[in-house]
Design a protein around this ligand. Structure first.
Ligand SMILES: [Zn+2]
Length: 422
């Protein structure tokens, strides 16, 4: 073996395991592996997991918070307005520089697969070009999918459809949309239909920003479900945000659950942005503005968690931690039950792999690419509670990130004691 990780815990399995890696592939996963390797890591009974996945990120906007101004209202609309002003001064180099920096943060936080959106509404398309170059530059460390994302809508300006087509030719892998941002409901329906037709033409996946509003009349997710069935794209389509669902009446929501299940749509919820952007017009009481995560899961619909923004006009904070996103969703989606904490962990790992259609290359199993993370945590609950450090991040059998957790010493009656909150 090239590398052996010893005494690791694995999710949903009892006991401790040794994990052997050879030529960048998992070659053995068993207790007390007899083989030896030049490099060995003692996992000290910590949890070894496949890498985290961020299925929804805007790498072209990261680290732009405050430029040219802060979002004082906290609304999606002011965020889009600020981004529009920012785009006027953006360069390809500045996008790449910010994206590179954030990708390093993501790696250190254990994320090795990313789906990023790239705004296609500026005629220069430098956002798409920049992210295609970023994807290529990082291909040995991180797998990146790029969504052609019409931030300002397809039918709000004359050339938007052409720019989407061009974005695919430049290298976008997934087709996006933003139906709730079109001027009329009819245009919103056309926005969804356009995305599916373009996806079919180029054999791409679909991931649409849909119903990202508190408006209970925004129901474009049902159009997505219908289009998924018409184009027989079950499993290849993601509905991002779908926050209006929070405010739907319960009869319609129940009908919708059945439709979503039948169409095999994946739902991506984004706790950071959704919690600050949605239901801003409520006054009091304030609703939470999330998709109905627990109901969707109960109905057997695949739901995963995205980080969405990292310090941009829509969300001012963030450091690229999927554990932190799961921790937040536990609170805002009322998912504190014991089995729900395991579900939250699924939503930043396996569920996202399903959404990105990368399951064949994902997981700690013999024959799969040796990508993994050793957490500073014994189990899922500890990892989400402590937003644990990633002690080792391994890509194709090579250690690409190592973290030494902080040491805290308290002194009581002249005696020192180390504490780690475990
Ligand atoms: Zn988004």
């Amino acid at each position: 073996m090239d590398l052996i990780i010893r005494r690791a815990k694995l999710r949903k399995k009892n006991g401790l395991f040794d994990i052997g890696i050879k030529n960048g592939i998992f070659a053995a996963v068993e207790p007390n592996l007899e083989a030896t390797a030049v490099h060995e890591i003692n996992a000290l009974e910590n949890l070894a997991i496949p890498p985290f996945i961020d299925p929804h990120l805007h790498l072209d906007a990261v680290l732009t918070v405050g430029n040219p101004r802060y979002n004082e209202s906290g609304t999606l609309l002011e965020g889009i307005e600020i981004w529009g002003d920012h785009k006027a001064s953006v360069t390809k180099e500045s996008i790449k520089k910010n994206a590179d920096k954030v990708i390093k943060w993501l790696i250190a936080n254990g994320t090795l697969k990313i789906r990023t959106h790239a705004d296609t509404t500026d005629p220069s398309l430098i956002t798409v070009e920049a992210l295609v170059e970023v994807k290529k530059a990082w291909r040995n460390q991180v797998d990146i999918q790029i969504v052609a994302f019409p931030q300002d809508g397809i039918f709000t300006r004359p050339d938007s459809a052409k720019l989407m087509q061009r974005a695919v030719e430049i290298g976008a892998d997934v087709i996006g949309g933003i139906p709730h941002h079109e001027i009329t409901s009819q245009d919103g329906i056309k926005d969804v239909e356009f995305a599916f037709e373009l996806a079919r033409k180029h054999n791409c996946l679909v991931d649409i920003h849909v119903d990202e509003t508190g408006d209970d009349q925004s129901r474009f997710i049902e159009v997505m479900a219908k289009q998924t069935l018409v184009h027989e794209m079950q499993g290849q389509v993601a509905a991002s945000h779908a926050t209006a669902m929070h405010n739907y009446n319960n009869d319609y929501a129940l009908k919708l659950m059945g439709i979503l299940k039948r169409s095999g749509i994946n739902v991506i919820t984004n706790p950071f942005d959704n919690s600050v952007l949605q239901n801003r017009t409520d006054g009091y009481p304030r609703k939470r503005g999330h998709a109905r995560v627990d109901e969707l899961l109960t109905h057997g619909i695949n739901v995963c968690i995205g980080h969405d923004s990292i310090m941009d006009p829509w969300y001012p904070l963030g450091k690229g931690s999927m554990l932190q996103a799961a921790n937040l969703l536990l609170h805002t989606a009322h998912m504190s039950g014991y089995h729900q904490i395991s579900q939250l962990f699924d939503m930043i790992t396996d569920h996202s792999a399903k959404t990105l259609c990368v399951e064949d290359d994902y997981g700690i199993q013999i024959g799969k690419p040796a990508d993994m993370v050793i957490l500073d945590a014994r189990d899922e609950m500890q990892a989400i509670r402590l937003i644990s450090e990633c002690l080792y991040v391994i890509r194709r059998g090579a250690i690409i990130s190592q973290t030494t957790p902080a040491k805290r010493k308290i002194t009581l009656n002249g005696r020192q004691e180390c504490i780690d909150f475990k």
